[in-house]
Design a binder for this molecule. Structure first.
Ligand SMILES: [Zn+2]
Length: 99
């Protein structure tokens, strides 16, 4: 069974997001790196290739977190962007690249 997300907690001082999963795994992501990994079509284009990391060059914070069904999260970033749907499997995949 795929692990599901139990908790998404913002750590404002570290500017990191901490995710706790049903398999006991805990991971932290930098706000800026999460923003750079935004999977939306506007950021990634429509190439259908693997998702790319696209740094914005400006520090951002996460202003709010919305669950999407029971399979993904979306984030309202402080630069006004918020269209990315971060699937759980994608979050697990980029974990080592976004710490
Ligand atoms: Zn985007």
């Amino acid at each position: 069974m795929e692990p599901v997300l139990i908790e998404a907690r913002r750590l404002p001082e570290e500017r990191r997001l901490r995710l706790t999963w049903s398999d006991g795994h805990v991971a932290e992501y930098s706000y800026d790196l999460l923003r750079g990994w935004c999977p939306c079509a506007g950021c990634q284009g429509h190439t259908g290739l693997d998702l790319r990391y696209l740094p914005t060059g400006k520090p951002v914070t996460i202003e709010s977190i919305q669950p999407v069904g029971n399979y993904a999260l979306s984030f309202a970033f402080s630069d006004g962007h918020g269209t990315g749907i971060y699937r759980y499997d994608f979050l697990r995949e980029i974990e080592s690249l976004a710490t």
